[in-house]
Each structure stands twice: as C-alpha cells, then as structure tokens.
Design a protein around this ligand. Structure first.
Ligand code: GTP
Ligand code: SPV
Ligand code: MN
Length: 586
C-alpha cells in the first residue's frame, strides 16, 4: 500500500514483535469493511441486529472487566516525570517499552494484523494529523472506520512524510492486571494492551486527539481540547459557534445536538453540530480562534438517550451503528438501554450476555457507560461546515461540570485570564465513563484531567499564551452547571434542549446585548434576562439556580488553594493572582 520508509520500518518492527499470521491493510473500501463485519459476526464478536429496523447496525459486548477508560493504568511516558506533571501517571519510556513489548510479544500468533491508516480532521486539511493504528481486533477496525477517516486516501495524503502517530493495540487476554494505555509524546507513539474498550483502544480518540495532540499543540501553538463544537443560528440566519468543555458523561453530545425549545424553533432558531467530544483550536488568519472537529463520528453514551432528551443522537444510531454493552431485545433483535423508553423488553440479553427480563429485573440491563458508535453524517443537524478544512470561528468558550451545589447555572468570566482561571477551578462528580467510584467530586480543570499529555501547570500557561495571541479577538469564557439539585436531590434545571436559553444569554453577552451582575466569581445574569417563555420553571427556582452562596464559595476557594499548591512550580502567576482576588472579594 505504501513505500513510505518510516511506515514500513514501524510495521516490520511491530510485525516481528507480535508475530501475526498475516497482514491486512485497511483500505477504507466498503467491501473490505463488509467482509470484516461478516467475519466478526461469525466469530461471535459482533451480533447483527434487525436489518429492517436498524440497517447496518451491530451489537458488541466487551468483557465485564473492560467497560470504561482506566485512568489509573494510563501513562504519559516522557523523559522526565516533571514533563508529565503531577496529574498524570508517569513511566520512564525505556522501562515502559520493555514491559509493553514483553506483553505484546507473540500476542497476534494465529491472528491477522490489521493496519489502519487514519486521519484526524478532514483529509488534506493543513490542521489535520495522520496516525496508523495496528490492531488485532476487528471491532477496533470497524469503530475506527466510523470515528475517523481511514484507508488509502490517508496513506496517499501522508506520502513520504514522517509526521504521523504510531499506534499499537493488542487485545492479549484482556487481563486488567496487565492493562496499560501508554503515551510517548516525544516519540509520537501510543501503545495499548489488554483492553477492548473504546476510549482505551480507539487510539485516534483520547490517546491521539487529546493526549498526544495537547502535547503537540503546546509545541506548535494550538490547542487540543475535550470540547464539543456547535453553531447557533439566530432568526436572522446568522450562525455563531461555541465550544464547550464538560467532563466525560456530563452532556457534550447532548448539547452539541440540541433541538431548540418550541418557542425558539417558532422564532427560527436552529442548532448545528460540528463536533461532540474533541476540538482542535488555533488562531486563524483573521486573528480569531477557529476550531475543527478531528473526528468523523460519535462515540456516545447510550443510557439517557431518548426521543425527548436527544432525538438527533437517536437518529444517528438508527443506522450503520455499532452498539457496545447495551441490552439486546430478543423480541425483534433490536437494542434497549435505561432511559430509552419506559418499556424495557422482557425477553432480552443484558450487557453481560445473560438472560434478562426488563420488566422484573432489579439490575441494569445496559452498562451505564454503554455506547453507540455512529457516523457524523447520520446526524440530522450536522453542520454544513463539518468538512470545512478551516473549521469554524469561535465566539464563546463554555466550561461546565456536574455540581449538585455551589456553581450557578451560568456565569461569565471577567476576561480571558480570569476565564482560564474559571476553567482551571472546575470540579465535577465522577461518572461511569472511567472505572472507579461514581459521584465523587474531583478537580477536573477544563475537563482535561484524564487527557492532558503534559504538566497541567504548563497547560494553564499555554492557555494564557493563546489569550495573549488572540488579544481583543479572544472568545468570551463562561461556566455552566446543568446539574444543581434541590433538597430532594432532583435536578432543578430541565436541561437538554432548554440549555439553549443559557446559550442565548451567553451569545447576547458576546454582542454586548445583555446586562450582568458583577459578583466575586464573575458576571451573573439577571433572572429577567434568562428567557423562561414556554418553560414550566418557577421564577424562584431560577433565582436559586443563579444564587452565589458566599460561604460555599469561601470553602471552594480554600479547596482551590490547596489544589493549586500541587502545581506550585509551574502554575502561571496570572492564575494565582485571580485566586487571590477571589479570596479577597468573597
Ligand atoms: P462523553 O462521551 O463521555 O465525553 O460524554 P458527554 O459529555 O458527551 O455526555 P452526554 O451528552 O453523553 O451525557 C451524559 C449523560 O448526561 C446522559 O445520561 C445524559 O442524559 C445526561 N445529560 C446530558 N445533558 C444533560 C442535561 O442538560 N441535564 C441533565 N440533567 N442531564 C444531562
Ligand atoms: C469519554 O470518556 O470522555 C468519552 C468516551 O468520550 S471514551 O472514548 O471512552 O473516552
Ligand atoms: Mn469524552
């Protein structure tokens, strides 16, 4: 397929190590992918679903010990520990390679070795980057073929270049004690062993497009962020683009595809999805910040997705989709998950592969981190700019997390540097997207704690530097929280499509069309300026949602102080200054 010597050298080296039966180049053709789907079904790795109701759809179940990202087994392997920083697990490159090679050795014996050339970003865009993933899993090949642009075209675009990310994935025995997800940013290399779960093995996604890319971005003056990208079209037909960073399973896919509430639709509002998980951002020729979505599909959380919460995501998943760890409805060979509807199937198989009766079962049928992998082009509201090699200009950046208390529905930062501070002090309750306890509050600056490929203090510095580059053309920065709860633990804000009401205020602020109240944490909307038309929410609830409790914030600020201590040697003084100001004004 290629005579690129850097590619051939890598492939030969890996071939010698893993010792496959034969080599298969993924060319991107539908006929090859179809043959692989067939083979995978024969092996029992995929289940072909009802092709009348769900054309092109398949179901896959992972091993029960392999259902989410494993942050404690994810490593940044830089020459020095300082480069990886305090928030990452570090492993010296030589020692890591030694261990990983010993695990990978001969692990493909009797199996094919699949070589997937892929592009993150539209092929040929000057902002796109190329990777090659070697894997022994057809599931990985088929998912990568949805999530990225794969095949011959990519190899052609690479030509004789050496600027590409090396990736090796080995299923091995899915042994969680021997599971490692390792990144070698200085070698442009990723090695993942003993997992078959999405975020650990679709190496273009979190491993490349965030961990390696954030490292490259620092060097090359751009940013790789855990952000959705959406366009809000006003009744006048103008489209303004927004990026938003929320931690895993905190609402990116939902916000990216939201359907405006009826009163907004009647006025002519529309929302266009450019991306739902990752944004690559850089300064454009006009001096503004521009974003592309490096992915080509969605790897979305299934539970909670339904025709009311996210009809667009549901539409995406109706065809050419791979479902992972959802319920198989044996009645008609379709799928189900918690929150799809109130009618769970009685004759079904749960995510573990056991017989399951949804009418009587006490346990969940779908894993809380079960997912659908769907092509972006399936999305009814995909932006016309999705393939634009230049991306879209960004008017506002939004940070947000899951906070039962403290953080108001929305507030705006005083300026860029204060906005970086607001991103840096994000905390959120943990979710099922990563293994470990769920619902524990943890610091997650910019939603990048699991994904920043280098020292986080340096990462904050990078944000400050980008702000200097953008100057007066920098987007405004906001923070949102859809997850504040009342005394009984219920969400106060209705969320989902209604979140447009908050975006509207933010965009008005960008145009100097709305007022705000200056508080110690930032600018808050006056409740009269959040449009509640057509929404059944008591004005007093909105007051609650916008309330800034000084005592809670004092505690929060003390907590931030101790969090910042961890980065003492690298945190920018711009941020420590913001913290001092917050402590002073509270
Ligand atoms: P990753 O793919 O893991 O990065 O997640 P994500 O950030 O894309 O989250 P997603 O949109 O898939 O939402 C995760 C969960 O949060 C789902 O169960 C949603 O139903 C729920 N959710 C999303 N938006 C809202 C909201 O506005 N309010 C409430 N209450 N729940 C929401
Ligand atoms: C996330 O966990 O943020 C995801 C899913 O988007 S994964 O690809 O597993 O990282
Ligand atoms: Mn994500």
């Amino acid at each position: 397929m290629t005579d690129n010597t850097s590619v051939l050298e890598f492939i030969n080296k890996i071939k010698g190590l893993v010792n496959p039966n034969h080599v298969v180049w993924i060319d991107g053709s539908e006929s090859q992918l179809e043959a692989l789907r067939k083979e995978s079904c024969q092996k029992g790795e995929l289940i072909k679903l009802n092709q009348e109701k769900l054309p092109g759809c398949y179901l896959h179940r992972t091993k029960v010990n392999d259902v989410a990202r494993v942050e404690d087994r994810t490593f940044i392997c830089t020459e020095t520990k300082d480069e990886a920083g305090i928030t990452n697990n570090w492993w010296a490159p030589q020692a890591a390679y030694k261990k990983l090679f010993s695990i990978a050795k001969n692990s493909y014996v009797g199996k094919p070795m699949y070589i997937i050339p892929y592009s993150m970003g539209p092929i040929g865009s000057e902002f796109s980057k190329i990777g090659i993933e070697i894997t022994d899993s057809i599931y990985v090949v088929l998912n990568m073929a949805i999530m990225t642009r794969v095949g011959k075209k990519v190899i052609e675009a690479l030509g004789n270049g050496n600027d590409w990310v090396r990736g090796l994935h080995c299923l091995c025995g899915i042994d969680e004690e021997q599971r490692y997800i390792c990144h070698f940013p200085q070698d442009n290399t990723i090695i993942s062993v003993n997992s078959g779960y999405g975020g650990n093995v679709l190496l273009g996604k979190k491993c490349f497009a965030l961990r390696i890319a954030s490292y490259l971005g620092k060097k090359e003056k751009w940013m790789a962020e855990h952000m959705l990208i959406l366009g809000v079209q006003s009744p006048k037909g103008e489209i303004k683009y927004i990026c938003a960073a929320f931690p895993s399973s905190c609402g990116k896919t939902n916000l990216a595809m939201l359907i405006p509430p009826e009163v907004y639709r009647e006025k002519g509002y529309k929302v266009w999805c450019v991306g739902d998980d990752i944004a690559w951002l850089r300064k454009g020729k006009d001096g503004r910040l521009w974003a592309i979505n490096p992915e080509n599909g969605f790897f979305g959380v299934a539970p909670g997705t339904n025709s009311k919460s996210n009809p667009n995501a549901l539409a995406c998943a109706m065809s050419d989709t791979i479902f992972t760890n959802v319920v198989q409805n044996l009645d008609d060979n379709t799928v189900w998950w918690e929150g799809l509807d109130k009618n769970p199937p009685s004759d079904a198989i749960n995510w573990k592969g056991e017989k399951w009766n949804g009418k009587t079962a006490k346990d969940k049928g779908a894993h809380p981190n079960s997912r659908f992998t769907s092509p972006a082009k399936n999305c009814p509201c995909i932006s016309s700019e999705f393939e634009n090699p230049q991306g879209v200009p960004i008017s506002a950046i939004i940070f947000g997390g899951r906070r039962a208390q403290t953080t108001p529905l929305v507030y705006e930062s005083f300026d860029w540097n204060h906005g970086v501070f607001v991103g840096s002090i994000m905390s959120s309750e943990t979710t099922a997207a990563a293994s470990g306890e769920v619902g524990v509050l943890r610091h997650d600056p910019m939603a990048m704690i699991p994904f920043c490929g280098y020292d986080m203090g340096e990462y904050f510095n990078h944000w400050i530097e980008i702000g200097k580059e953008l100057g007066s053309k920098a987007p405004k920065i906001f923070n949102v929280n859809w997850f504040r709860t009342d005394k009984s633990g219920n969400f106060i804000w209705p969320g989902f499509g209604e979140n447009l009401r908050v975006l509207e205020w933010a965009l008005k602020r960008c145009e100097n069309q709305a007022e705000a109240l200056k508080t110690p944490i930032g600018y808050l909307p006056f409740s009269k300026d959040i449009n509640l038309e057509g929404l059944n929410l008591a004005p007093s609830d909105l007051e609650d949602l916008l309330n800034v409790d000084n005592d809670l914030w004092k505690k929060e600020a003390e907590e931030i102080k101790s969090f910042y201590k961890k980065f003492e040697s690298t945190i920018p003084m711009e941020l420590t200054k913001e913290l001092k100001k917050l402590l002073f004004f509270l």
